[in-house]
Design a binder for this molecule. Structure first.
Ligand SMILES: [Zn+2]
Length: 202
């Protein structure tokens, strides 16, 4: 299996191709599909937002079988997301996990709105998403950015990504063990809706 650093390099290169409109020819898709019937070896796990404008395979210029993608509004980390990461990291040996947030994330904006003007009739299911975004961004609402909506959303998106990375790293004994002893890396990244560039965070 590809080591985490090589996987990261492949994602960076793929995003560069996407941004510069030099996407790879997908080749013989039928042959590739058939080769993948019995096995898969995704080189990266992407936990991204469901936002229609951020499809992982496109923005990283990857094809069938390359990425194990988990998408959920707000790229939140709930038990089923942690379980999915455990599954892929253990079963396929994938060594890179990227939490992929993006600019102007609707789930983050909805959480800010909910914190400012709580709605009592919000659906319980939607609230379960907001509740997971909330802890990372609550503090920002009383800070110096509170009068600057643009900067506030920007900072909130980053804070939400960082919190998701932390929650994943420490979300289960299996993931923690793989990080500590087996070369698994969990990193955050932010996609710009405007430029198409994915910036990997420290
Ligand atoms: Zn989003």
């Amino acid at each position: 299996m590809m080591p985490a650093l090589d996987a990261l390099k492949a994602l960076r290169e793929g995003n560069h191709r996407f941004v510069t409109e030099q996407r790879r020819d997908s080749g013989d898709v039928t042959a590739r599909r058939r080769a993948l019937v019995g096995k898969q070896e995704p080189f990266a796990i992407i936990l991204g937002c469901s936002d229609a404008r951020v499809p992982a395979e496109l923005v990283f210029d990857q094809g069938l079988g390359d990425l194990f993608v988990i998408r959920v509004a707000g790229n939140i980390v709930a038990p089923s997301q942690i379980g999915s990461v455990e599954f892929a990291a253990e079963r396929f040996g994938t060594r890179l996990v990227v939490v992929l947030g993006h600019s102007n994330c609707g789930a983050v904006q909805a959480t800010i709105e909910q914190l400012r003007r709580p709605r009592e009739n919000q659906s319980r299911n939607l609230r379960s998403i907001v509740d997971l975004v909330r802890p990372a961004i609550e503090g920002l609402l009383s800070g110096e950015l509170r009068e600057d909506p643009r900067a506030l959303v920007q900072a909130a998106v980053r804070a939400n990504i960082r919190a998701a990375v932390e929650r994943l790293r420490h979300g289960s004994d299996i993931v923690e063990h793989l990080v500590r002893h087996d070369g698994l890396e969990v990193i955050g990244a932010e996609y710009s809706l405007d430029s198409g560039v994915v910036e990997f965070l420290e």
